[in-house]
Design a protein around this ligand. Structure first.
Ligand SMILES: [Zn+2]
Length: 238
């Protein structure tokens, strides 16, 4: 059975990593405090070949099914970004020439990030509506890219039969332009949640929009991915 991949699992942290968390300097994830920031000055904290770390960042690494941001560190393309527990590693082109201690400018591709944020939250809403109204079917996968999101369930029958209701409920939440509150529930272990008052409170370490209205129009598409397994694909209307 797959874990719920939205959640930064506290249990996955080993006792050792919990102890080390107290003494190691991890990158400050400014993409949580301000997910709308597109440029940031930071300091390089380590360099190992093409792999660098920085003291603070706005470039989101592939996590919880949400794809990495595209961006640059001092003009060098981020080729890969990976989160390992509380640290984030960025791979740049070999010729980057950066050294520990250098001041750098980090920029992200905002057009892509904003689509990822909107689709991520659209997926959050669909997932939560399904969970609440269809007796929490097991979620077996999720992925957010810049052109669509998908969520997979163990589900008998055709999940598209729920789409009329789902689209109506999602539209009600989106047109209500509700405030989305995102916060730590355990900052030491970087466990975060989002909450919409009266609707849901969900653990998630992704980057979240501030209001549901930012999502705009949604389109849902069904895909049967195997016996008893159904996929919902979510696309933005624009
Ligand atoms: Zn989320």
């Amino acid at each position: 059975m797959m874990e719920n991949i939205w959640i930064y699992s506290y249990n996955k942290l080993t006792a050792k990593s919990r102890a080390e968390a107290g003494k190691t300097m991890y990158v400050e994830k400014v993409f949580w405090k301000n997910p709308y920031l597109t440029e940031l000055t930071a300091k390089v904290t380590s360099v190992l070949g093409s792999k660098v770390t920085v003291d603070r960042t706005i470039a989101y690494p592939f996590s919880g099914g949400q794809e990495s941001d595209y961006g640059t560190i001092n003009g060098h393309n981020i080729i890969k970004a990976e989160k390992q527990e509380k640290q984030i590693f960025y791979w740049l082109e070999e010729s980057h020439g950066l050294m520990a201690g250098d001041r750098v400018d980090i920029k992200i591709d905002w057009g892509r990030r904003y689509k990822l944020m909107r689709l991520h939250f659209a997926a959050e809403i669909i997932l939560e509506l399904i969970s609440q109204h269809f007796n929490r079917p097991e979620k077996i996968g999720a992925h957010i890219s810049a052109d669509k999101a998908r969520v997979d369930f163990i589900w008998q029958g055709n999940i598209a039969q729920a789409f009329g209701w789902l689209e109506e409920e999602a539209e009600r939440l989106i047109s209500g332009d509700l405030a989305i509150h995102s916060e730590f529930c355990d900052s030491g272990n970087e466990i975060r949640y989002w909450e919409i008052e009266g609707f849901a409170k969900v653990f998630c370490g992704g980057t979240h929009i501030k209001r549901t209205g930012e999502i705009g129009r949604l389109h849902l598409k069904r895909n049967n991915i195997g016996k008893g397994k159904e996929r919902i694909e979510i696309m933005l209307g624009d």
